[in-house]
Write a protein that binds this ligand. Structure first.
Ligand code: AMP
Ligand code: ZN
Length: 458
């Protein structure tokens, strides 16, 4: 079955025709490791995981690269401001290297909890400095580069197709000056840094020698250089969040195609934003939710994944605790129903075809969920339902057959459970009821069993 994906480059749903099937080369922009990732970031990785799993389900052999940005991403969208890594280091009184390590580990722990498939390679920007310098040198030789007092810049006027992926709105934004840069030495406001010099008289924690002077790479060049080194000059699919269309990915295309003279990626897929209080969830905007925040409130990271699947990846999704609660209930019902089924026989063909159709239609996750629910309600034989659910689980990875780990009980709740047991032992039932009520007010239920009492999340 053909897989049709919405390509931001052609602005249409096109059938994926990989260069060397069944192989599919896939580059996905990863985290900037100066802080925790928020659940908005994870929405993008969840959609990319669904893409990888769908490719596998349909018989392809994807090779996925996910980069770790550990240098050069500045605090402004342009080329001004500080390096986010050095901001993190100052905030935490650690070295930039330690900050990178800490948040990379935190990211990987979250990744596991979300049940996302490991990428085939996870290159760090600081591990590919040589390749980035070589690509800048190549661009320089081909006449795309000019030098200012603070670095080397890509001259976007030299790349006639610059901005091809931008929409009318992006271009209007450019005209109205939304991307005017503070740097008066830049020739055009879309020009961007390829290499930045270390500030005179100051020593950066992360800096390298280059043919042009000590400094560090601009943010965009890492993806062009690492994609080329690991996957080749031309790749099948490149993904990221929708915010990457007008700047990061537009600049990646200019660098890669400027250097190689070949098309960079045939498909460009972008995930829409997770919103909170009607604005993009963002670290800079104050209100952001981490995966640990969900767990603290008794949600499984997989409940959040279910919530993401209730909307198509190209539609904005509002984060609310109510919708997360509904997702949790729905996933629990689905697990209970799935786990009550007998051993698998042969997957129900109609259900299986429906699931594949939904996923092959630009990763229609709500459609895939509907196929699962309808299969459960259908009159087909229970063993065939179970076999179908195994297949659905391979694509959706909702933990349908895994034993659920119970939410960790906070110390305060555990202490109350112990006090209640004491009150009960003394037959002070008024006191034990009062304590039960307090535990419930804290969001927990007390379950009395043979081996004593324990708290479970409401
Ligand atoms: P960052 O760590 O900021 O470089 O972002 C990592 C990934 O998350 C990128 O692909 C971003 O486009 C994506 N992203 C950032 N904010 C959101 C959001 N609110 N919703 C969905 N994806 C996002
Ligand atoms: Zn990138």
């Amino acid at each position: 079955m053909g897989l049709r994906l919405y390509n931001s480059l052609t602005r249409s749903k096109d059938e994926l025709i990989p260069a060397a099937p069944p192989a599919v080369s896939l580059y996905t922009c990863g985290p900037t490791v100066y802080n925790y990732q928020h659940v908005g970031n994870y929405r993008t990785y969840i959609f990319e995981d669904l893409l990888v799993r769908t490719l596998k389900l349909l018989g392809y052999a994807p090779k996925r690269v996910l980069n770790i940005t550990d240098v050069g991403h500045l605090t402004s969208q342009g080329d001004e401001g500080e390096d986010k890594m050095e901001v993190g280091a100052a905030r935490e009184g650690k070295t930039a290297w330690d900050v990178a390590k800490f948040y990379t580990d935190a990211f990987l722990a979250d990744w596991k909890k979300l049940g996302l498939l490991d990428a085939d390679e996870m290159p760090r920007a600081t591990g590919y400095i040589k390749e980035q310098i070589a690509m800048v040198a190549e661009l320089d030789k081909k006449g795309f580069v000019y030098k200012t007092s603070d670095g080397l810049y890509f001259d976007t006027s030299k790349f006639p197709r610059y901005g091809e992926m931008m929409t009318k709105e992006h271009l209007e934004g450019l005209k109205s000056g939304a991307r005017v840069e503070a740097n008066p030495e830049k020739r055009h406001n879309t020009d961007f840094a390829l290499w930045k010099f270390s500030p005179a008289g100051a020593k950066r924690q992360m800096e390298w020698d280059s043919p042009w002077g000590k400094g560090f790479p601009g943010w965009h060049i890492e993806c062009s250089a690492m994609a080329r080194k690991i996957l080749g000059d031309s790749i099948d699919i490149h993904c990221g969040g929708i915010d990457h269309v007008p700047v990061h990915h537009t600049n990646e295309i200019a660098q890669s195609e400027g250097a190689t003279g070949k098309p960079f990626s045939r498909f460009w897929l972008h995930g829409e934003f997770l919103l909170m209080n009607n604005a993009k969830m963002a670290k800079s905007a104050g209100g952001f939710v981490k995966l640990a925040d969900l767990e603290e409130k008794g949600f499984s990271p997989l409940d959040y994944k279910y919530m993401c699947y209730t909307a198509h990846y190209r539609k904005q999704l509002d984060f609310t605790w109510e919708s997360l609660e509904s997702a949790k209930t729905a996933r629990r019902r689905l697990r209970d129903a799935a786990q009550a089924l007998p051993a698998a026989t042969k997957a129900d063909a109609a259900a299986s075809a429906r699931l594949r159709e939904a996923l092959a239609d630009d990763l229609n996750a709500p459609g895939a969920l509907a196929a699962v629910w309808d299969a459960l309600k259908s009159s087909c034989e229970p063993g065939a339902k179970r076999a179908f659910l195994d297949e659905a689980e391979s694509a959706l990875a909702l933990g349908l057959f895994a034993a659920e780990t119970e939410a960790a009980v906070p110390a305060e709740v555990a202490a109350l459970v112990a006090s209640r047991a004491e009150a009960k032992a003394k037959k002070d039932f008024a006191e034990s009821d009062r304590i039960r009520k307090r535990i419930e007010d804290m969001g927990w239920l007390v379950k009395d069993g043979k081996d004593g009492s324990k708290a479970v999340k409401k």
